[in-house]
Write a protein that binds this ligand. Structure first.
Ligand code: ADP
Ligand code: MG
Length: 396
């Protein structure tokens, strides 16, 4: 991967337009999770230390090209300022007179946040004239928002073509971690893909079988693979109409020399409820009311053994209904083992996906993973092997 980082830039006195993702969850005017604000800090710190003038570009919510007062970034100024530990000025618009004035007033090492870029229809249309209006206020561009890099928007794509463009610190970390997991990984590489449905992850599975040495399929989506091989999955979640697609993935894995690990035993119950009576079953004994809700002990033991032999792990999707104990067992055990091995330097462990991150946080082992991506859609598209416009624009 070739992209310039802040170490390559001459920053003193420069107006740096920095695309960040500070689309934080809020309730009653309060930020409920400031992870994204904290993620912006390393880049802002680095720019300030080098004497740059920091101009933050960001979106908030989905105003769809109109000025929506409830979606103003003004409400994020104070919490952002607290997390960054510096005063943050604010401009009522991201282009035009309000932006020009605020930028002109900015001194070296100072920070300014411009109003929601999505108040302008040109943003999501990747409109070149809107991008030029943004570019008018900067000498250089820094993209630190990997989580929106799968969108070709003016502030994530076109702008990178108009100004000298650099990857911010968060972007750099994310790209390096992803490259270490799938781009040029240390082999053998094991993938774990779980979650509810095959239908949402067909592209991902097809891309992975061509790149991995082993792929463990778990969660509800494994049922579709089992059923496609003629196994009766009883009352389990299963997409019976995707049998052909599942068989094609099995064939593609075989052809590519990717060892596919499907469940060999399962944990079932007749309903999903905390503490409900559950049992371990083989694959030949499921009754019509049995629901597969987690991987069984033999499946888990084989996964752990494969993980112990792997140098790299890439993981998306829980192995069972982890929200409802005891069906979190396989997910928790695998997560703990991966964290242990990553911590001792034996495994590069990268994970991402909304529910996957929630599961790792619940187990308390996210910190020990090599990298946990909170980028959601961008992470999944990257796992699918797609080109992310925001990343491609940086590598030109
Ligand atoms: P991510 O958000 O990490 O990409 P997904 O959204 O694809 O993950 O999948 C997570 C969901 O899959 C969870 O809500 C979990 O309960 C569900 N799930 C996992 N295993 C099963 C199963 N055997 N049956 C039904 N749902 C399952
Ligand atoms: Mg999810």
């Amino acid at each position: 991967m070739t992209f310039k980082t802040l170490d390559d830039a001459d920053l003193k006195g420069q107006r740096a337009l920095v695309r960040v993702d500070i689309n934080v969850p809020m309730a009653d005017g309060q930020v409920t999770d400031d992870t994204r604000l904290a993620a912006a800090k390393p880049t802002v710190d680095k720019l300030r230390a080098a004497g740059a003038r920091v101009i933050l570009l960001a979106h908030f919510d989905r105003p769809k090209g109109k000025r929506v007062p409830e979606m103003s970034l003004a409400q994020v100024v104070e919490p952002l300022s607290q997390v960054l530990g510096v005063k943050v000025a604010f401009a009522q618009d991201c282009v035009g007179e309000a932006a020009d004035k605020a930028v002109a007033a900015l001194g070296d090492g100072e920070v300014l946040l411009l109003e929601n870029v999505r108040f302008h229809p040109g943003e999501e249309k990747n409109d070149i004239d809107f991008a030029k209006a943004l570019a008018a206020n900067g000498d250089l561009y820094v993209n630190d928002a990997f989580s929106v890099a799968h969108r070709a928007h003016a502030s994530t794509e076109a702008l990178a073509r108009l100004l000298p463009a650099y990857a911010g610190e968060q972007m750099r970390l994310e790209l390096q971690a992803l490259d270490a997991a799938l781009g040029s990984p240390k082999r053998p590489v094991l993938g774990i893909v779980g979650g509810a449905k095959v239908s949402t992850k067909l592209d991902l599975l097809n891309n992975l079988v061509g790149k991995l040495d082993a792929l463990a399929i778990g969660g509800g989506m494994a049922n579709t693979f089992l059923a496609a091989q003629g196994i009766d999955v009883g009352g389990s979640l299963c997409e019976h109409d995707l049998g052909e697609e599942a068989r094609q993935i099995i064939a593609a894995a075989e052809k590519a020399g990717c060892q596919l690990l499907l469940p060999i035993d399962v944990v079932t119950a007749v309903e999903v409820a905390p503490g409900v009576a559950s049992r371990v079953q083989g694959l030949d004994s499921l009754g019509p009311d049995d629901k597969i809700l987690d991987a069984g002990p033999e499946t888990l033991a084989r996964l752990i053994a494969t993980m112990d032999a792997a140098s790299t792990l890439i993981w998306n999707g829980p192995l069972g209904v982890f929200e409802v104990p005891p069906f979190d067992k396989a997910t928790v055990s695998a997560a703990k083992r991966a964290a242990e091995r990553a911590k001792s330097g034996q495994l590069v462990a990268v994970a991402g996906g909304g529910d996957t991150v929630a599961a790792l946080n619940a187990v308390g082992c996210a910190d020990d993973f090599t990298f946990v991506s909170t980028a959601g859609g961008a992470f999944l598209e990257w796992m699918e092997g797609k080109t992310l416009p925001g990343v491609a624009a940086l590598s030109q």
